[in-house]
Ligand binder design. Structure first.
Ligand code: HPA
Length: 274
């Protein structure tokens, strides 16, 4: 694994030369095209980077862009591969480790999710403040890569309180700031109403099929993590209607501008030193 990470890293170094990358954002469903708000310093397809997985899902373009925000460089991963696509979990999180070796300390993860909490409506942007891993898998299983982090990393603050405060400030005057606990299910089947009820009973506000492996690995690497869900639907059983991926995409597309303008402001705010 270490060799694969190093090969990907040296390929990316050839593209960005010795420029420092300040932050990284991973775009989930509903965020594709965000990179086109900026002039690119560089842009490549994941397929050109050794060991980067190409997402097979619509709305995940599989492009890596580098842009300047607040005079600092941000890497944008447009689209991700998911666990339900059948990839080994270590390969899904490889880009996070590559960017850790490139010196990135700030990461922003985005996704589409089903809403559980009573105060959520489709179209809401929710800042994730904790997660519950319901999959039984963990990207850190296997030999620990000591150079990234410890065998038993602390997870008491995966989602940076500092970033949550910034998100709250940035959302002021635009939309009501909401936070929540994200429960990770593998998918690809949506949850059953009983599973959603179970997730609610144990403290989840959102359900989704991504983000948690990346957040665990980023925390293991010592990164400061922010994560945002776009609520594309009420979760199964809470919504009276059957879930439909096309509706998820439709709501994601309708809320795209709101999410993108929030994300632009948020990135400006974090691309400054504390
Ligand atoms: N469940 C899981 N993943 C999702 C959902 C959902 O209801 N909506 C969007 N992604």
């Amino acid at each position: 694994m270490k060799n694969k990470i190093l090969e990907a890293k040296s390929h990316i170094e050839k593209i960005i030369h010795s420029n420092k990358v300040e932050s990284l954002i991973v775009l989930g469903s509903g965020m594709s095209g965000f990179e086109d708000n900026y002039d690119h310093i560089a842009q490549i397809n994941y397929s050109e980077v050794p060991h980067f997985l190409k997402p097979s899902i619509e709305g995940h373009s599989g492009k890596l862009s580098f842009v300047k925000i607040n005079n600092q460089i941000t890497g944008i991963l447009s689209g991700r591969a998911h666990y339900y696509e059948g990839y080994p979990i270590h390969e899904l999180v490889l880009p996070i480790r590559v960017f850790s070796l490139l010196g990135v300390k700030k990461i922003v993860l985005t996704n589409a999710a089903g809403g559980i909490a009573d105060n959520y409506v489709p179209g809401d942007i929710v800042a994730i403040n904790d997660h519950i891993n319901l999959t039984g898998n963990n990207p850190l299983i296997g030999k620990n890569l000591e150079e990234f982090g410890p065998r038993f990393p602390d997870m008491s603050e995966v989602y940076s309180k500092y970033f949550l405060n910034i998100a709250k400030k940035v959302s002021e005057n635009t939309f009501e700031f909401k936070t929540g606990v994200y429960a990770w299910f593998t998918g690809p089947s949506y949850e059953t109403p009983a599973e959603v009820q179970f997730a609610k009973n144990i403290g989840a506000d959102l359900v989704g099929m991504s983000t948690v492996p990346e957040a665990i690995v980023a925390k293991h690497c010592g990164m400061e993590v922010a994560a945002f869900s776009l609520v594309t639907n009420l979760a199964a059983g809470i919504s009276k209607n059957p879930l439909d991926h096309n509706e998820v995409i439709e709501i994601a597309n309708n809320s795209k501008l709101k999410l993108q303008s929030f994300m632009k402001e948020f990135l400006i705010a974090i691309n400054t030193d504390k």
